[in-house]
Design a protein around this ligand. Structure first.
Ligand SMILES: [Zn+2]
Length: 417
């Protein structure tokens, strides 16, 4: 049993006190003075610290850290065709494992306690997630409209069956790559497996104009129309991006209880546009937040994504302060947890002990009058001092405690690649 002490901030409330962690859950939330009655083994944090629910990074491709910074000035289609796809065809199992170690380390140290990732050699990513101790929803990306041997539907099914119900930390998902790279037949098959098992479905959705055009040409359907026809429009669906969805499609997602994962940095970089976040929240759509690939995002830091989401919302809605920091913070925590069916995202007894200790004893956190704004606009991943996942300290002061390496050792270890 251990405790995290400081200002406890979840999107619903702010209070000073201590969170007591036992096994893998929050056992109690008490005033700091009462801590001695609990006989905890270890106390982390203290005056000036903030304790927040771990961030649910609802869309990542951690291994793509390998592509960081490449092709930065190319138009998106060219960037994909000249840089990303040729390199992706060359992946080896060993390389994916190494780059997943780097990417998951980066995600953890910057405050993500859960990642929702889909990529190739998903087995390797799943094993790395267990090794470093991040909670991970992982899908083997599948495509059948594009010739891409690493993304075969058979491997997708095999990966899913190998990991389903096997791990405390890793939950396999079903990951059709996007609405234009997967046929309606394969989407239907995925919908059946999802209905049978309750598995989440994680897919790119209307990320580019080309995607929407191809779906329209092939089926005379919109991307959401295609998902609906396949039987995928339900609360288990996480559609990512949605840059080119129409108002009626967002409405259908909201009515179905599906989640839209917003990745503003990726959208702004690759598409020079993004969704009108205020409108989506107003229609009751569950919107979660994701970093997407470290190329173009640059860093797997959910604090930067929160900040970008808040600022971008002003531009897309034409209104200052369109989405308050508190709401943005709720998207990155509780909404992500809801999307994945996790009892997490709040600091409350009985909830999963996925927690982050932020060292806010720094100038940018004063006067400390608005903790939500402090988290969304003043904090960075580098302010994270300690990360707890499933009741276990997995990162502390620059060291991955479960993995047994420091941040610098991880960097050293990956350099030859
Ligand atoms: Zn993506």
């Amino acid at each position: 049993m251990f405790a995290l002490v400081g200002r406890l901030v979840d999107y619903r409330s702010v209070k000073e006190g201590a969170v007591i962690v036992e096994d893998n859950i929050v056992r109690a939330v008490v005033p700091a003075e009462e801590l001695k009655e609990w006989g905890v083994d270890e106390i982390y944090g203290g005056s000036g610290y903030m304790v927040i629910p771990g961030i649910v990074n609802a869309h990542t491709h951690v291994a793509m850290a390998k592509f960081r910074g490449l092709g930065e000035n190319l138009p998106t289609e060219e960037w994909l065709e000249r840089i990303i796809w040729p390199m992706e065809r060359e992946w080896t199992r060993e390389e994916i494992r190494r780059w997943a170690e780097l990417g998951i380390g980066e995600a953890l140290m910057n405050g993500s306690t859960t990642i929702n990732d889909h990529y190739f050699f998903a087995d390797e990513i799943a094993k790395v997630a267990e090794k470093l101790g991040v909670r991970a929803f992982i899908g083997q990306t599948v495509m059948d409209e594009v010739d891409f041997p690493l993304a075969s539907p058979e491997e997708g099914r095999r990966f899913f069956r190998r990991w389903w119900g096997k791990s405390d930390l890793v939950t396999p998902t079903l990951a059709p790559h996007a609405t234009n790279t997967v046929s309606l037949e394969l989407m239907e098959e995925i919908a059946e497996l999802s209905a049978e098992t309750g598995a989440r479905v994680h897919t790119h959705l209307a990320q580019s104009r080309a995607e929407v055009k191809e779906v329209r040409e092939r089926y005379d359907l919109s991307p959401v129309g295609l998902l609906k026809k396949a039987g995928l429009l339900n609360e288990r669906l996480l559609g990512v991006h949605g840059v080119y969805l129409e108002a009626s499609e967002f409405q259908k997602l909201a009515e179905a209880g599906s989640t839209l994962v917003h990745c503003p940095t990726s959208n702004i970089s690759l598409e020079a546009g993004t969704v009108n976040l205020r409108k989506l929240l107003d229609i009751g759509l569950n919107v979660a937040l994701g970093n997407d690939s470290p190329n173009p995002a640059g860093i797997i830091d959910p604090f930067i994504e929160m900040r970008t989401a808040g600022i971008a919302a002003n531009v897309t809605s034409g209104k200052a302060h369109a989405v308050p920091a508190r709401e943005v913070f709720g998207m990155a925590t509780a909404n992500g947890a809801r999307a994945l069916g996790l009892k997490a995202g709040l600091i409350e007894p009985g909830y999963l002990a996925d927690l982050v200790l932020v060292n806010s004893r720094k100038p940018q956190f004063l006067p400390g009058e608005n903790p939500y704004s402090d988290i969304v606009y003043s904090a960075r991943g580098s302010d994270v001092e300690l990360v707890v996942v499933n009741g276990e300290v997995v990162y502390k002061n620059g060291a991955f405690t479960k993995f047994g390496k420091t941040v610098e050792e991880l960097w050293e270890w990956l350099r030859p690649f």
